[in-house]
Design a protein around this ligand. Sequence first.
Ligand SMILES: O=P(O)(O)OP(=O)(O)OP(=O)(O)OC[C@H]1O[C@@H](n2cnc3c(O)ncnc32)[C@H](O)[C@@H]1O
Ligand SMILES: [Mg+2]
Length: 204
Amino acid sequence: MTTILIASHNAGKIADFKALFQSYDIKVESLMDYPELPDVEETGTTFAENALLKARTIAKEAGRITLADDSGLVVPSLNGEPGIYSARYAGVHGDDAANNAKLLERMAGMTGADRRAFFVSVIAVYDPATGDDLVAEGKVRGLILDEAQGEGGFGYDPLFYYPELKQSFGELTLDEKNKVSHRQEALKVLMNQFPDWMKGRKQS
Ligand SMILES: O=P(O)(O)OP(=O)(O)OP(=O)(O)OC[C@H]1O[C@@H](n2cnc3c(O)ncnc32)[C@H](O)[C@@H]1O
Ligand SMILES: [Mg+2]
């Protein structure tokens, strides 16, 4: 079976990809499986720059085709916050509870259309043998709730209300989220546009 390396330490994101890649019959490995690989500092100013930075750095270190996702929540009424800083919005990287609390605080008093938000995922793949890369983007629109709903998912999922299903992402199962999420859309675009890339190449 083909295996793809995902340049991520985020358990929630990795779980999303493991499930998403099942339909392509591709096995997923991540930085959790390779503690010797470095942490990549996200110094880019856009999701795409950071996704490419992570994919390229790890691909070169590992000597393998590598995929990275840079993603986040964008709230237009907060001028795009938390955006590329989503994982470290409240200061500590990966502290979901603190990030969610900060978001609610920043949105206190906002109602109606001001609570609109969207998730973005930019996925980059890099081939260290050729220097080729691929980039694709997905988005999903929703509203930020006044308080958390549901225990599922990760990150901002319990605060992200998805009107089409009348539930928050935190209330959805992994499979339900993976049918509509920004991440599945980005991956679908990537796989449709470049079928040879991951479908055809034999890894490991
Ligand atoms: O860089 P890696 O190691 O992949 O892990 P990370 O958590 O730092 O990942 P990002 O830099 O891409 O930051 C993404 C943040 O955006 C938020 N986020 C992204 N996708 C999400 C999703 O599907 N559900 C909820 N929150 C999400 C969440 O706070 C993530 O930590
Ligand atoms: Mg990160």
